[in-house]
Design a protein around this ligand. Structure first.
Ligand SMILES: CC(C)(COP(=O)(O)OP(=O)(O)OC[C@H]1O[C@@H](n2cnc3c(N)ncnc32)[C@H](O)[C@@H]1OP(=O)(O)O)[C@@H](O)C(=O)NCCC(=O)NCCS
Length: 156
């Protein structure tokens, strides 16, 4: 009886790890260029943000989660919260080549499970193309309310 030839090994793919950042977000502060590149390349609303602006954005977010494959930043999301009434998710993005593998779900679930967001009675977000994704994660479309916007210079 002849034994089957050994199968060629599948190329090993490093697992994607989620990082829950502390208040200083040190790991991301060292990689602001990578964060800018992720947002520039895979979002349409958060392009052209300068490193100094990204640094302030991180400081102003109570919860920051990122996803890494080895040293590559492949996903990001953040939240602001008053810790009791309202929380808002912002800038959830997964690099295109990693989409459709559950990374976005893991990022949103991590944001929702974080104490500042979990404590809030309502969690909001704005989305242009991600409605179906967020519905899978338990969000519902709100028809009775309007999104209001005041454009400011943003200098600060
Ligand atoms: C939207 C985004 C964050 C989703 O991340 P992802 O890693 O691709 O999503 P996941 O693989 O975790 O998907 C989780 C579930 O949502 C579904 N899903 C993902 N994107 C979807 C979409 N645009 N519409 C409907 N369902 C979607 C998946 O099929 C999956 O369903 P399942 O659990 O039944 O298998 C990612 O595609 C992305 O960064 N897109 C570009 C930026 C963007 O549009 N962000 C949304 C804010 S406007």
């Amino acid at each position: 009886m002849s034994s089957a030839p050994p199968r060629p090994e599948a190329p090993s793919v490093a697992p994607i790890r989620l990082v829950h950042h502390g208040v200083l977000c040190l790991r991301l502060r060292w990689r602001l260029a990578a964060l800018g590149a992720l947002l520039d390349g895979h979002s349409f609303w958060a392009t052209g943000r300068l490193p100094s602006q990204l640094e302030r954005m991180l400081s102003g977010s109570q919860v920051v989660v990122s996803a890494w494959q080895g040293r590559d930043l492949v996903g990001f999301g953040r939240a602001t919260s008053d810790g009791v009434f309202r929380a808002v998710l912002w800038d959830v993005v997964v690099a295109e080549e990693h989409q459709g593998r559950g990374v976005g779900r893991r990022i949103v679930e991590a944001l929702l499970a974080s104490p500042p967001v979990a404590a809030a009675e309502r969690v909001y977000l704005m989305t242009t193309t991600g409605e179906g994704f967020y519905e899978k994660l338990g969000f519902s479309r709100v028809d009775g309310q309007r999104l209001m916007l005041k454009q400011t210079s943003g200098v600060g």
